[in-house]
Design a binder for this molecule. Sequence first.
Ligand code: ZN
Length: 737
Amino acid sequence: MPLPDVERLAMFKLLIIMLLAPVVAFATTYSLMYFSPGNEMEQRLFINAGMDIVHVYEDGSIDFVANDWDREILIEMGLFCTTRIADLERFYAAQMGSRTMGGFMTWDEVQAWLTQLHNLYPDITSAPTSIGNTYQGRPQLVMKISTNNTFTADDPSMANAWYDGLIHAREGAAMLNVQSFMEWLCENYDRDGFCGFQATWLLENREIWCLPCNNVDGWVYNESTSPGGGGMQRKNMNWSAGGDGIDLNRNWAVAWGGAGSSGSPSSSTYRGTAPLSEPETSNIDDFWQGHIPTQMHSTHTYGNILIYPWGWTDDPTTHAAQYATQGEIMVQWATGETHGPSAQILYYSSGNTRDHSYGLYGAMSWNHETGADFEGFWPTATQVVKLTRRNLRSYLVTAFMAGCPYNPHVPGTPTVSPIGTVNPPFTVDWTDVSGATLYGLQRLAGYSVPLDNPGSSGPFNLINWSMTTSQSHSPPQCYVSNGTGTMTWTETVSIPSNGGGRLSFWSEYSISGSYLGALEVSTDGGANWYYLQTFGRSDMTWRYNIHELDEWQGETLSFRWESFGSSTDLYIDDIKVEVWDENDFISTTIPTSSWTFSTHPMGEYWFRAFAIDPDFGPGWPSDAEYALVQTVGIEEGETGPDLLTTLLGTISPNPVTVSAAISVNLAASDAGNAGLYVFDLTGRMVKDLSGMLQQPGSSVVHWNCTAEDGTPVPDGIYFCRLQTDDLQEVRRLIVIR
Ligand SMILES: [Zn+2]
């Protein structure tokens, strides 16, 4: 079908723009520069110049990116700046290797990825939907992630949370972080485990809107000039005013035209001719009018900082206290970095996204400057992998807090009362958590603790790390980084496909400026590492860190702590890894702080309780509490052994001196084909107890610590093994006389 004339004309214009664009851009060179204001007037002059500031140091000195025009202005103003990196595009090109777009997705790949994500998860995602075209006519594609996944029909009872990346076209890690969050939500939805519960709760109670690639034209332009990555275009592709585009993050309506933005078309922070003059910003504003966000999270790179309104003034917002509280929770969960109002801790920036979404729509509004200075705009291949999920849990906090934007709080964690040895019926009790209306109770089986290290010499490979007594969470000592180095757990943990696990530890740090500390996970034996949590503050406060691991069901995990920078002091103490073979949610809608089992299979179990706040959602689960369930409560009409699953229970006493009582459950189907054996440390079978396992049901088998020939076995460690066609369970016992 022939295009109407108007459309043809538009396409022709587009073609001309695309053909002309590279010629103009090659004229400018982007430099990383440094400025240390000598006095207040110099500082004010510099702010008014509207530079793209990437880092503010504690002494007030500044790293910024300048193009040709910016550098001329600074000379005219008489401000003396030093050049750190003269040509950033050349600098980045040298470290890019052979990857397409430096390891980030091209625009074509992003579109295909969005379509694929929707095809994989059609029930919880909308189709990628354009909210309007960019200046050059490309769609701004938003995906809604929610059980209410109809793009056009909002459920007013479900709060809106908005996420976007790449408003600045050279900030690929911003797009990558939003993509990773989208994948996490989809992959964990309906998964059996605590991470699964978190994702499911969010998708059933929130409408999560994601625009991973905002400034599409700028990204496509960087693809054309630097296909391997390293392109430095920041602004959009509306070059009609004579410069090289409009800084979309200065084009929003609230305080448009104020400090920290420029009226010069060639400036890095050119604000455009009017508020929302650009389609990229006005499309989003139109969309927000119909889907008002209660939390807005716009991601940038770089500088390891979390900022919020205001950017246009030093004055505090009405919700300064709420911002501080939520910011603290976001960094404790995830990114451990400095947070504050952007005008105060970073720089003035009028007409930015945060001020607009907060000022006009009341959304609690956030901006991560993702990645350390050494990672920059175009990180190395290794760094790209690490950065993938750096903001993940911080995004989760904003999604949860979309239900309590002006009353930020996280539910407390209950404590489960000791259970010990019980016979059904029995009750599991836990402490009340204020504000919680419901509780969840999780039952674990096959629980073990592969690592419980109090900060003393343990199974770690320390490279430029050591132990110290100068600090500790639990005296007398802990681990500390001595500069750039790693502390790698020499073992691994496999997360069973129906189970889960948890890594917890305490951390304290003094990490300033452009340095970084991190906790990292690998799922491929250390070939690739991902940030689970980063650390970047100097407040030397011990914080408890929890990482639930069921999102990696079926995978084997390695962990390490890493530190970057000569003055990086990262202290780590009391590291614990827990893992379990099975987890069941007994209920996630318990209205009181107890649960009574009228019947229960025999065996060893562990129980975890967690609080569910109606506004926030689930808080962290309690520590696991041990229970030995001895006999089965039998309801009328039921028979005992059919209720049982086959399992090896406790051995007592252990250590044993005379005779060990080994408790065993045998399902009716396993009667007659189950084996029970004792092995020594060399793997030699010393005793076959299978003959005592003929009847289904619960029984106790006694072993008098003798071998097959009746002679006493030597003192030492032995293993008791229960074996059927499809099960093998092993418990350790010690003989000491
Ligand atoms: Zn940016």
